[in-house]
Design a protein around this ligand. Structure first.
Ligand SMILES: NC(=O)c1ccc[n+]([C@@H]2O[C@H](COP(=O)([O-])OP(=O)(O)OC[C@H]3O[C@@H](n4cnc5c(N)ncnc54)[C@H](OP(=O)(O)O)[C@@H]3O)[C@@H](O)[C@H]2O)c1
Length: 328
C-alpha cells in the first residue's frame, strides 16, 4: 500500500502554464525510456512514486512510447491502478499522437481519423477516463492545420482531454495553430520543444511566439538524454542509454567533445551541484519555461535532479562561462 509523502508539496515549485489556469511542477517526469515491455516494473513504480513524493505532479507519455509502442501507456495504466488512483486529481497526465503507430493510412501524422482513434486507444491502454493534456506530437505538412485543430478541439469537447498542446512545431506553425484553436474556443495551452544547453533552437523565435500567445512550455531532453551529466566522462557505462537506445548511440557519445562536458562539470562542481542539476537549472533560468521534462532510469536520478531546485539561479558570469565553453 503506497501512501504519498505528506510533505510532497513543500519543496517543489509550481509554475503557471502560459496564460491558462493550469500549473505544472517545475520538473515533470517523462516515460519515453525505461517504461517499456522490456523494463523492470518495480523500478517503474518506484520512479513514479519517488517523483510524486518529491512534488512532481506531471507525467508525460505518448502513444508510441515503449518498446513495444503502447507498452509505456500500458505500464503507466498498471501503475495508476496499483498505487496512484487515489491521487488522480493531483496528477497531470499527458499523452500524444503524431508519429507512426499502426499500419495503413490512418495510423500516423495529423488527420482527425488518426488523432481521435489514437486518443481512444491511449485511454484504453492507460485505463484513464481522460488525459489532462493531449498533444499533437509533430506537425503534419499534408493535413490542413484546421483539421488537426478541429480534432484537438473535439478531443477536449468530448471529454477525452482537458487541455491541448503541440510538440516540435516551428514558431510559424505554432502561431497558426494557436490562432485557429483560439477561434474555436479551445486555447493552445502548451508547447513541448526540445531544449538544453547544447540544443537551443527555441530561442530562434519560438519563445517570442509563446510569450505573445500566452502558451506555456515544457522542454524535453533537458539533459540531452544523459550527455549533459557526468555519466559519459569516463567511458560508456554498461547500463546507460547509449548502450541500448537508437536515439542516443555510442557513436553519438564518442563524437561529442567530452572536454566541453568536463569543463561544464567543473562549473557545476564550483556551484556545489552535479552537472545534471546545473543543466536543469540552466533550463529553468529566467522563468521562461513552465516545466522541464526529465527522463530517468532509476529513482536516485529523480532525487538528484529535483535537488537542482535547491541551488541559486545561475549568475550572469556563470551563464557567460557556459556559453564560452560551448563556443556560443
Ligand atoms: N515531444 C517529443 O518529441 C519528445 C521527444 C523526446 C522526449 N520527450 C519527452 O521528454 C522526456 C525526457 O526525455 P529524455 O529522457 O531524453 O530526457 P533527459 O532528461 O535529457 O535524459 C534522461 C536520461 O538521462 C540520464 N540521467 C537522468 N538523470 C541523470 C543523472 N542525475 N545522472 C546521470 N544520468 C542521468 C538517464 O539515462 P540512463 O539510462 O543512461 O541512466 C535518463 O534516462 C521523455 O520521457 C518524453 O516524455 C518528448
Amino acid at each position: 500500500m503506497y501512501n504519498a509523502a505528506s510533505d510532497r508539496y513543500e519543496k517543489m515549485r509550481y509554475n503557471r502554464c502560459g496564460r491558462s489556469g493550469l500549473k505544472l511542477s517545475a520538473l515533470s517526469l517523462g516515460l519515453w525510456h525505461n517504461f517499456g515491455s522490456c523494463d523492470n516494473y518495480d523500478n517503474m513504480v518506484s520512479m513514479v512514486t519517488t517523483a510524486f513524493d518529491l512534488g512532481i505532479t506531471h507525467f508525460d507519455i505518448a502513444n508510441n512510447y515503449g518498446p513495444y509502442p503502447g507498452s509505456a501507456e500500458e505500464n503507466f495504466g498498471k501503475i495508476m491502478k496499483a498505487v496512484m488512483t487515489p491521487y488522480r486529481d493531483e496528477l497531470i497526465i499527458s499523452s500524444k499522437a503524431g508519429y507512426g503507430m499502426w499500419d495503413g493510412p490512418y495510423g500516423d501524422h495529423g488527420s482527425r481519423k488518426y488523432l481521435i482513434a489514437s486518443c481512444d486507444q491511449s485511454l484504453k491502454r492507460t485505463g484513464l477516463e481522460y488525459f489532462d493534456i493531449f498533444y499533437h506530437h509533430r506537425p503534419d505538412p499534408e493535413t490542413p492545420m484546421e483539421e488537426t485543430a478541429a480534432a484537438l478541439d473535439h478531443i477536449v469537447r468530448s471529454g477525452r482531454a482537458l487541455y491541448v498542446g503541440v510538440s516540435n512545431y516551428s514558431p510559424e506553425q505554432t502561431l497558426k495553430m494557436s490562432q485557429i484553436l483560439k477561434s474555436m474556443g479551445t486555447p493552445l495551452v502548451i508547447h513541448q520543444p526540445r531544449y538544453n544547453m547544447l540544443e537551443r533552437n527555441i530561442e530562434n523565435g519560438l519563445q517570442t511566439v509563446l510569450e505573445h500567445e500566452g502558451i506555456g512550455s515544457i522542454s524535453f531532453c533537458p539533459l540531452a538524454q544523459g550527455l549533459l551529466t557526468n555519466k559519459y566522462l569516463h567511458g560508456i557505462p554498461k547500463d546507460s542509454r547509449a548502450t541500448k537506445s537508437v536515439f542516443l548511440t555510442e557513436d553519438k557519445v564518442n563524437n561529442t567533445d567530452l572536454s566541453k562536458i568536463a569543463a561544464l562539470d567543473e562549473v557545476a562542481e564550483r556551484r556545489g551541484q552535479t552537472l545534471a542539476q546545473m543543466a536543469l537549472r540552466w533550463n529553468l533560468r529566467g522563468g521562461k519555461l513552465t516545466s522541464v521534462l526529465i527522463g530517468a532510469s532509476r529513482p536516485a536520478q529523480i532525487v538528484e535532479n529535483v535537488k537542482a531546485l535547491d541551488a541559486p539561479d545561475l549568475t550572469a558570469e556563470e551563464l557567460t562561462e557556459i556559453d564560452d565553453i560551448l563556443g556560443r
